[in-house]
Ligand binder design. Sequence first.
Ligand code: ASP
Length: 425
Amino acid sequence: MNQPESNHPPETETRPWWRRIPLTLQIVIALVLAVILGIALGAGNPNPSNAALINNLAIPAELVLKALRALATPLILVAVLHTFMTTNIPGTAGRRLAVLLLTNTTVAIIIGLLVANILRPGTWGDLAKPQKTITGQSLDPWGLVKDAVPEAILKPLVDNNVIQLIVIALCFGIVLRGLKSEQIAQGKNSYQPVEDAIAVLFEAVIRILNWVIALVPFAVFGIVAKTVAERGFAPFQSLAAFIIAVLVALVLQAAYYLSRVKIGSWVNPVKFLAGGTDAFLTAFSTSSSTVAMPITFEVLQTKIGLRESSASLGALVGANFNNDGTALYEAMSALYISQVIGQHLNLGQQLIVVLTSIFASVGAAGIPNAGLVTMTLVFTSVNLPTEYIALLVTVDWFLDRCRTAINVMGDMTVSALLDGKKPHL
Ligand code: ASP
């Protein structure tokens, strides 16, 4: 999702020195310090007298996760409303765009789930002692449909139910958009205040989210120190397996994009990759597809040679709904944690993961760590314990960069496909 126009003060010199250290570096420092503390506290053989201290180390991660869970629903709601109120999607192209977005995201999630089912990264190491094995309910498509409509409008916000929430957000988004268009056709726009209010709310949620994200290094410090102190380094083998599995899936998704570009557009995939380098690198280095957006738009036209209309539909409009890398990551994380704790997810539950990941990725803002926020909703939908997301926080700073580059590549693929088989002159 797009970030609202913000009037941030310019990067001020008055920030305290520690806030001027890039977040990634803060996390790396936190990791190093945590390992030192973890070793000092026993590295797998903790002294019982330190038990209380070790337990308390989990508090920052618990707080960060609680805050992320609380912010996830308002973020999705205002982000979807904001996009509907502020973007212009022409009719037929809009339908093509919707089909392309849905296909690409579904393929991403299927690739993610296939890789996670085949490699089974959750079984490689010893991240957590398996609890009891819980097998899920069987597939109930009718139940899914019945559950899509909430009993009360505010209930999805309270229950953190992502499917119901998106249903509400889409209904209001479509209606507000329609009302605004009717007014504009009559030469007035009394919906401007509503649009402004939504933009302000969106900005407010993102700013609060930034506070929470600023605390992530403390969460990483606490959870890593606790894990090393209690269980040594074995759990990190499992996280390394997860990183490898996600990277394999992202590479497969990139290969899928390139073959779609080759088959469905006039663009040469090699030129597509080379021309898009600036956009991919910006996405990777900032972890934000929104920050990369103007560069993506630019390279699509100047380096790859697409028409402005296709570049803008894919990279400016589609980008708001299209986060394939995020969708893939959320689905894989759910499956990974289910493997780690021995809570088998059957086909029906994996289908719920597919659906909620699609919705969660639509609602994920194009900012760093947004996928982590909406992931809480995917976990809740299949009763996975969200505490385990705290462990994923330790690797998210790296995987976020990789999935953001794929998010941007997805937007560029959509633009190329919209541009069709004939280059413009
Ligand atoms: N950082 C990603 C993006 O900007 C969103 C995510 O966290 O998955 O596209």
